[in-house]
Design a protein around this ligand. Structure first.
Ligand SMILES: O=c1cc[nH]c(=O)[nH]1
Length: 399
């Protein structure tokens, strides 16, 4: 894939409203200077493209902190959902149909990455199914699809036991193998309702993570008190296995469903161990409360979840759209809150994803998007098209 380098993006506005030129060298922002009237040359020259930003708003690249890039049918004809509901119903549907669709594959993963990129995502944490059917095949396909970006797209891999851990003997060994082979995290899934053995699943996962020196990023859909009980088990093990700062709770619906005082206790304990969260801002459920997470110091990021896959046909790959959904369904209207949501979406509070914080400032990785918007709040509430997407100083998409 040809992604030409950019040497300067002239005449863009940054979040304080000032007009600047952003100079880029070796994938990094070299300087942010007051805009000069100079006309850009269309020629890439030796150092890279000079791009006219036409007064648009520059934001750091979006961070998609919870994705499933391995399991989409994007690029294939429409696939009608024919499975049952619920987590286990969707798992069975996926396993019944993925082989006939050639999932996982490099080609379908490449389609998903392309959708993320054209919507401004430059960093991704993706869960990738590891189970008795596909073993490490999904991870291999994802690595190959990502390699086409030659470092312009940052991707972390979570080896994800979508089909369960203890109920499928052999899966824990596959997770161990994935961790030994370089997966950044191992995942887990509803230890109580999928394996029906929360202590057993969590002990097994924490042992592998501690032995292999990787983190844990665990899907927890289980609701209310059942979910909260498992969060307590996770907190306890994070401390005992010495994994502070390396554990993420994906979804964690329970946190928004238990009573305020129980939530406060959980958040305090999570913050003390830097247990982070990712949310896909589910429409039908209460959102993670922004002010309470911020007050406790629990960092969180947004994700798209899987898009157009055998779990659900929904999803466009627009992470800013997920941030919009979160803000809107949390009834956030004040500028400070809207700015904070944009800050989270652009990675301001997601270094937990092991990714550099996105900033439009000298020294930051040159992950930059341009949108035709007045300011970050306007960009969030209108989610305008992404006009330009630059990753690691290279032009990944231009409208
Ligand atoms: O467990 C889950 C949840 C959403 N999407 C998935 O692929 N798996």
């Amino acid at each position: 894939m040809l992604h030409p380098a950019a040497s300067v993006i002239r005449n863009v506005r940054v979040s304080d409203g000032s007009a600047v030129d952003i100079r880029i060298a070796d994938g990094v922002i070299a300087s942010v200077e007051p805009a000069t009237p100079q006309a850009p040359s269309a020629d890439a020259g030796d150092t890279g493209l000079e791009i006219d930003g036409r007064g648009m708003l520059a934001l750091p690249g979006l961070v998609n902190a919870h994705a499933h890039v391995d399991k989409s049918w994007w690029g294939l004809p429409w696939q009608s959902y024919g499975g049952e509901g619920g987590t286990d119903g969707r798992i069975r549907h996926e396993r019944a149909r993925r082989d006939e669709l050639g999932i996982p594959s490099v080609a379908t993963t490449a389609h998903v990455l392309e959708q993320f990129v054209r919507h401004g995502t430059t960093s991704i944490r993706t869960h990738v199914d590891v189970d008795l059917g596909v073993a490490q095949r999904g991870i291999e396909a994802v690595r190959e699809a990502v390699a086409a970006y030659d470092g312009a797209l940052q991707v972390q891999i979570v080896a994800f036991p979508q089909d369960g851990v203890l109920r499928r003997p052999g899966v824990i060994d596959l997770l161990d193998e994935a961790a030994a082979a370089g997966a950044d995290f191992i995942g887990g899934l509803d230890p109580a309702t999928i394996d029906r053995d929360p202590v057993g699943q969590l002990d097994a996962l924490f042992r592998v993570a501690a032995d292999r020196g990787v983190g844990i990023d665990l899907h927890l859909h289980d609701p209310a008190e059942l979910g909260a009980f498992q969060i307590e088990l996770i907190i306890d093990r994070t401390e005992r296995f010495g994994l502070a700062g390396r554990v993420n709770l994906a979804h964690g619906f329970a946190l928004a469903q238990v009573g305020a005082s129980h939530r406060r206790d959980l958040l305090q304990a999570m913050a003390a161990l830097d247990i982070t969260m990712t949310t896909v801002a589910p429409l039908r459920l209460p959102q993670l409360p922004l002010h309470e997470l911020d007050a406790a110091g629990v960092r969180f990021g947004f994700g798209t979840d899987g898009i157009r896959d055998l779990w659900s046909p929904y999803g466009t790959g627009d992470l800013l759209g997920i941030a919009w959904q979160y803000a809107r369904s949390s009834s956030l209207v004040r500028d400070d809150d809207l700015r904070r949501v944009v800050d989270i979406a652009t990675g301001g509070s997601a270094p937990f994803a092991g990714l550099p914080v996105g900033r439009i400032e000298a020294g930051s990785r040159a992950d930059i998007i341009l949108v035709d918007a007045e300011n970050p709040m306007d960009a969030l509430v209108r989610t305008p098209e992404r006009e330009l997407v630059v990753g690691n100083g290279r032009v990944l998409f231009q409208r």
